[in-house]
Design a protein around this ligand. Structure first.
Ligand code: ZN
Length: 289
């Protein structure tokens, strides 16, 4: 049987085999090979009824990608979440998330929650990020608006959810997946140590082959790249490649820079360019030590 690992806790793995979730143990051979099953892995499982588990994970299928933090594999896309207000969006953090995903070749989209609190700023946010090439969604859990469009975007994919606390990620997860709480309860029943479940990496099933991963505590980031990598991680800069006066232009102090010209003309959002400058400075600062 084949399934997807949706949760790992205290040596056990929950594997979703087409709707049926089995509690599994990984066989000893993984330890010998120095390989550990990850949430998101596709696994080959064999039934093995014991007192504590229902099946064994006997093999892992090759991974398409893997994130280090949170430790998860086979991610199709990221959904970066900010509230329209309360709390106000942290655009620098959002841009750091976007760069991190670009560096790992993971397509990203942006979701603004609390749409019902919008007093006109959402249109500006949307314009800023759509100009950069990112899909932008907005929802209101209060009014139930925007949920269906978002559901369409998540269908058939494994999506990693990231954003600061207070933006309503848990509310969103429960709205999209009413069974989210039930699965947690199920594991607690089978495994007494399952009490710390909420702090563990877990995929929530949203329907056939659609999974959502919440990433608690994922609120600060260090962008791990050099200056050359950083400018490639801004899609709106990439499209201007070759148009600056100097080859290898860093779009900072250089004259006749196509990126700076695009910022002045309003084709690139000033806040995005400012994030770029700040990240570039942080990278240069780190290199000194
Ligand atoms: Zn330039």
């Amino acid at each position: 049987m084949r399934g997807k690992i949706i949760k790992g806790i205290a040596g056990f793995y929950l594997v979703d085999c087409g709707g049926e979730v089995l509690t599994c143990k990984a066989r000893g051979l993984f330890r010998k090979q120095g390989e550990r099953p990850l949430v998101g892995d596709l696994a080959e499982v064999e039934a093995a009824q014991t007192s504590e588990s229902e099946a064994n994970i006997v093999a892992l299928l090759p991974r398409r990608n893997r994130l280090i933090r949170p430790a998860v594999s086979n991610v199709d896309q990221a959904l970066l979440v900010m509230a329209v207000k309360t709390p106000a969006p942290q655009f620098y953090l959002l841009d750091q998330y976007l760069v991190t995903m670009e560096l790992q070749d993971i397509p990203a989209a942006i979701l603004f929650t609390k749409e019902d609190l919008d007093s006109g700023e959402l249109a500006d946010y949307r314009r800023c990020y759509e100009a950069a090439g990112y899909p932008v969604f907005s929802v209101s859990a209060e009014k139930g608006s925007g949920i269906e469009a978002l559901r369409g975007h998540l269908a058939g994919k494994t999506t990693v959810l990231a954003g600061p606390s207070g933006v309503g990620k848990s509310t969103l997860t429960n709205l999209l997946c009413p069974e989210a709480k039930m699965e947690t309860g199920e594991l607690s029943r089978k495994n007494a140590r399952g009490k710390q479940t909420t702090r563990h990496t877990e995929l929530f099933c949203l329907g056939e082959n659609s999974y959502l991963l919440d990433t608690p505590g994922f609120t600060a980031l260090e962008v791990k790249t050099d200056e050359a990598g950083l400018k490639q991680a801004f899609p709106e800069f990439r499209s201007l490649e070759g148009q600056c006066r100097f080859t290898g232009c860093n779009h900072r102090a250089e004259p006749n820079c196509a990126v700076k010209a695009a910022v002045e003309r309003g084709y690139i959002a000033e806040s995005r360019y400012e994030s770029y400058r700040k990240m570039a400075e942080e990278i240069a600062e780190r290199r000194k030590y």
